[in-house]
Design a protein around this ligand. Structure first.
Ligand code: GTQ
Length: 370
């Protein structure tokens, strides 16, 4: 398939002095001629402004630690170093309509409660003692645990460890919310929430997979998962078990979705999350799809080829795949598995009927690299 715009059905009007004058007169009336922008606003296929980016944890970590002394938690609201796509600085996005950042909390520190239209998720990178109170429910989270803060839920965080900071990765749909002019924000009237429930109560109630509450905890009608935390101690063994029984996906290896236990669907309506295992020396085949993905290397080392460009990664690194970019992953260790955490906007793509997916068929399923 070639994509020439010099064909019937595409806009191909040449500029003339008369037309330029006409465009100026239209502009005076807050109007314009579609054919001057038609090919740009209706591309043949997605043209993301976001580019593939790799953020090295080793290089970012000292800068994140530096912020502890530079700003007080109370003044910053949240002390976060955000990761910004060079093509999306205008909207503070990491990729597509997704925001991400590394949040740091010193020992004994806590942040005040607030809520916002944007939904949030956390993946803990390092440090013991992190907690978050979501809708009155205190969740304790450790390294590689995943937790959600659904939209408009009150939340506040802290670190009750006494010697080391906690660093976790935040993922939010802030750019998506703003693209729809739907942002709201509220500071909690008391600054702190009452903890009405047992610590980790959603995990205690909904954390046993297919075993669900029967005749109590009824009537969960919210559009997000009633389970707010997904510990690594359950997720990683689940990956290892699946690897004993299945070859997994040719594009992603053994990949599991963190899901809403009541529906089997994504954890929240705007963002989904996965955990995937690449066996020693495994190299996946390339595919592409609509929707953007932010990865965090939970374990191991390897590389990904994204839009023909190779990015080497290791534990703690973050990288992104823009919509419709070819991508494939490889574990470069011949002895240890590699595990990638990721979050995405697939629920948006699917609910709006934007989802498309394609396998790379040439070159034995792999991209040519430069
Ligand atoms: O924890 O609520 O990294 O509102 C950016 C915006 C975290 C949060 C961020 C937020 C939050």
């Amino acid at each position: 398939m070639t994509y020439s715009d010099d064909v019937p059905g595409r806009a191909r009007v040449s500029d003339t002095a008369d037309l330029s004058a006409y465009y100026e007169r239209l502009a005076e009336h807050e109007a314009g001629a579609l054919w001057t922008v038609a090919n740009e606003i209706e591309p043949w296929y997605p043209q993301p402004k976001s580019v593939p980016v790799h953020w090295s944890y080793e290089r970012l970590r000292p800068l994140v630690l530096e912020s502890l002394d530079l700003v007080k938690a109370d003044d910053a609201g949240r002390r976060v170093v955000m990761l910004v796509n060079p093509g999306r600085k205008d909207i503070s996005a990491a990729v597509g309509m997704l925001y991400t950042g590394l949040q740091i909390m010193g020992p004994g520190e806590s942040m005040t409660a607030h809520r916002h239209q944007a939904a949030a998720l956390r993946f803990v990178v390092e440090g013991q003692g992190a907690w978050t109170i979501v809708d009155g429910q205190k969740l304790k989270v450790g390294p590689r645990d995943f937790a959600i803060t659904p939209n408009w839920a009150w939340h506040e965080h802290g670190n009750e460890g006494d010697d080391a900071p906690v660093i976790w990765q935040d993922g939010l749909d802030i750019p998506l919310v703003n693209a729809h002019d739907a942002g709201f924000y509220e500071v909690h009237p008391d600054l702190y929430q009452e903890q009405g429930k047992a610590v980790n109560s959603s995990l205690l109630t909904y954390g046993a997979g297919e075993l669900r509450p029967y005749g109590f905890e009824d009537g969960w009608t919210k559009p997000y998962s009633p389970l707010f935390a997904y510990p690594w101690d359950q997720a990683y063994p689940a990956l290892l078990n699946a690897a004993k029984a299945s070859d997994g996906s040719p594009y992603d290896g053994i990949i599991l979705e963190y899901s809403n236990p009541l529906t089997g669907g994504s954890v929240m309506p705007t963002m989904g999350a996965h955990l995937q295992l690449l066996r020693p020396s495994q190299a996946t085949k390339a595919h592409r799809h609509t929707g953007s993905v932010v990865y965090n290397v939970a374990k191991g080392q390897g590389h990904s080829i994204i839009a023909g460009q190779r990015f080497d990664w290791r534990e703690g690194d973050i990288f992104c795949v823009p919509s419709w970019a070819w991508h494939e992953h490889a574990n470069t260790s011949s002895t240890d598995d590699a595990v990638l955490f990721s979050f995405n906007d697939f629920p948006v793509m699917r609910s709006l009927a934007f989802w498309r997916e394609e396998a790379h068929t040439d070159n034995d399923g792999h991209q040519p690299t430069a």
